[in-house]
Design a protein around this ligand. Structure first.
Ligand SMILES: Cc1ncc(COP(=O)(O)O)c(C=O)c1O
Length: 413
């Protein structure tokens, strides 16, 4: 694949933290050290903190049966196992998707089946009807960019063909005052609290259902997991990720020719075999803490998204998406594919880091064998999308500046 489609250029000024904010990282590291000491010094108090955090999070998410894991991808693997998905089965997912989703399907030995997208980046219903077979055991719905799919339509199709729906809410986060929760749809819902997501709890995840029978199966799967999360390693890896961007900005170009952060991810040669791990008590503690401050931060993010929409108008991908009951994870504009790399490079020079998600999954060596036929809408969409920073703690002033630079570069030749 041409490099100019493979990855967005890295901003030599500016920061990746604007795109994937981690505002209180220093405080969290101190809290982690304190939490780790407590485990040895006052184990009962440590357990009490973890237990009460878990209760508070459960209340907040408000799913009747919910279990916690180290990550969203582990939650997906557990969901597939609880549904009894195995080697003889097929699982349908959109081809315009995060690699972690297909990795989960491959990890249980099932066959992923790609479906084309619709004009909202979601599942194309006509194509879906064509691709369901008697082997289809589940439909994995991912609400890309936080744009919520029409789950009632997908549910009707799934029911007709006796397949389950896994409602992957990793990229959504509901407006907390929404009367109907997104997790009321589908058979099993999962959340991710990874670094790029709405709430970053050092990579946690959860799985839940409203169905008591299914919950027993999920419980069985989750209770069989005995491997603990390496939280210190998670934290270190995250730091290395940011440090690579920092070095790229700081060091002379000649020293960092091999440091291009995105390059390694543009060709996935083998799928990641996901081994689910238990959630770390500190992840629960963080999650509880972050859910408390989230409503205020969410307000800021929504106001920033609204400002971008006002400024960028028809360039925004689905400006109406904020009217659903989840707000966006990515603020994405649609640009001419021929100009995308140039616009991203000029924004990078202005110190504005951009990204593009996703390269269709069948472009990666590890997944190309699952390509069956054509995906015309995916082909049209993926080269046009360009996501820009907008989330809290960005100020309105900064978002305005970003919008102005985007407009200037879109209209430049
Ligand atoms: C739609 C979707 N589902 C699941 C995941 C996996 O979540 P995690 O990174 O917490 O494993 C991701 C992101 O990585 C995602 O974008």
């Amino acid at each position: 694949m041409d490099d100019s489609f493979a990855y967005a250029p890295i901003a030599r000024r500016g920061t990746i933290g604007e795109l994937y904010p981690w505002p209180h990282w220093m405080k969290e590291i101190f809290q982690f050290v304190w939490f780790s000491f407590l485990r040895y010094i006052r184990p009962r108090y440590y357990m009490h903190l973890a237990y009460s955090a878990q209760r508070a999070v459960e209340e907040n998410i408000n799913l009747p049966f919910i279990y916690f894991l180290d990550s969203g991808r582990s939650a997906l693997v557990c969901a597939l196992r609880a549904l009894g998905v195995g080697a003889a089965d097929e699982v349908i997912l959109s081809s315009f998707n995060c690699p972690a989703v297909i990795d989960a399907i491959c990890s249980v030995g099932a066959t992923p089946v790609f479906v084309d997208v619709n004009n909202r980046g979601g599942i194309n219903v006509d194509d879906l009807e064509r691709r369901i077979t008697f082997r289809t055991k589940a439909l994995l719905v991912t609400h890309i960019y936080g744009i919520v799919e029409d789950l009632s339509v997908l549910q009707a199709i799934a029911t007709k063909h006796h397949c389950a729906i896994i409602n992957d809410l990793a990229q959504t986060f509901e407006l907390l005052n929404s009367p109907k929760r997104l997790h009321e749809n589908g058979d099993i819902s999962i959340y991710s609290f990874g670094a790029e997501k709405h709430i970053h709890a050092w990579g946690g995840g959860s799985i839940g259902t409203h169905d008591a029978e299914l919950s027993k199966k999920i419980q069985e799967v989750v209770l069989s997991i005995s491997i603990e999360t390496h939280l210190a390693r998670y934290c270190l890896e995250r730091f290395l990720y940011y440090i690579r961007f920092y070095l790229y900005r700081t060091l002379p170009r000649v020293l960092i020719l091999n440091l291009h952060t995105h390059k390694s991810s543009t060709d996935i040669v083998v799928h990641e075999q996901i081994t689910p791990r238990t959630i770390h008590p500190f992840q629960l503690f963080l999650l509880d803490q972050k859910l408390k401050t989230y409503p205020a931060e969410q307000k800021e993010t929504i106001a920033n998204a609204k400002l971008l929409e006002e400024k960028l108008g028809q360039h925004m991908f689905l400006a109406d998406a904020r009217h659903s009951n989840s707000h966006l994870l990515y603020a994405t504009i649609i640009v001419d594919p021929e100009k995308r790399f140039m616009i991203a490079r000029r924004l990078a020079k202005d110190g504005i880091q951009t990204t593009w998600n996703y390269v269709p999954l069948y472009y990666y060596e590890a997944y190309e064998k699952y390509q069956k036929g054509e995906y015309p809408s995916t082909e049209r969409l993926w080269k046009q999308v360009l996501s820009v920073p907008f989330r809290y703690p960005l100020t309105r002033h900064r978002v305005q500046e970003i919008a102005e630079r985007i407009l200037a570069h879109i209209h430049e030749d």
